[in-house]
Design a protein around this ligand. Sequence first.
Ligand code: AP5
Ligand code: MG
Ligand code: ZN
Length: 214
Amino acid sequence: MRLILLGPPGAGKGTQAEFIIEKYGIPHISTGDIFRKNIKEGTALGTRAKSFMDKGELVPDSLVVEIVEDRLKEADCKEGFLLDGFPRTEVQALELDKVLEKMGVDLNAVINIKVNPEILVSRAIGRRICRTCGATYHVVNNPPKSEGVCDKCGGELYQRSDDVEETVKNRINVYVNETSPLIHYYEKRGKLVDIEGEQDIDVVSEDIVNALRG
Ligand code: AP5
Ligand code: MG
Ligand code: ZN
């Protein structure tokens, strides 16, 4: 399976990714996670990315494309992959097409998770993430059994620094202006699968599996 997860901030891309990678046995490639790892490790890439991420702006295409291209060349991507949060601009989509062509492979589907903007803000603000294993929770919608502690590994839960109201609203605007044109881009290529994202997490997962079955 070669898949892309498309959708606004807080749509549930990361949440569904946890399920999809397990179900299909493919690696999860989240450009946001890659940048956050680099920030944590204090790399030069992390420092550059942070200045954009803190404002809710996109990291420049030139910094993103090469990272994804290198990652897709790794051995674990031979049988498939799940891209989460990439591509996010038309330039990135065109570059990805070139990379896939060079690899001699094609996408199976672009999963477009649809959620209305009013809901996105409260989802992002209530999100908590495990510092150890990366599992995603929500203080109201999907709380851990014990507050602040990961159910899966006992790790500490934290809040992302860009999950504050003003930044979330900017991220949604950036999505509308720069990323949402990709819906049409992939629709034209017959790859788009629309998924109703305002349902329970398990129902969204089921809809994804059914849609991929064709
Ligand atoms: P990134 O990390 O990709 O963030 P994002 O796109 O803003 O998306 P999120 O991770 O916020 O949302 P999600 O859809 O994964 O939702 P989740 O499953 O966690 O990017 C961050 C930044 O990095 C960008 O702003 C940019 O600066 C930079 N960047 C990254 N990639 C880039 C690129 N390609 N080009 C340029 N810059 C790039 O769910 C959210 C919450 O909702 C959780 O609490 C969850 O529990 C809850 N939830 C999920 N599903 C449901 C449901 N069905 N019902 C109720 N609650 C739910
Ligand atoms: Mg995410
Ligand atoms: Zn954990």
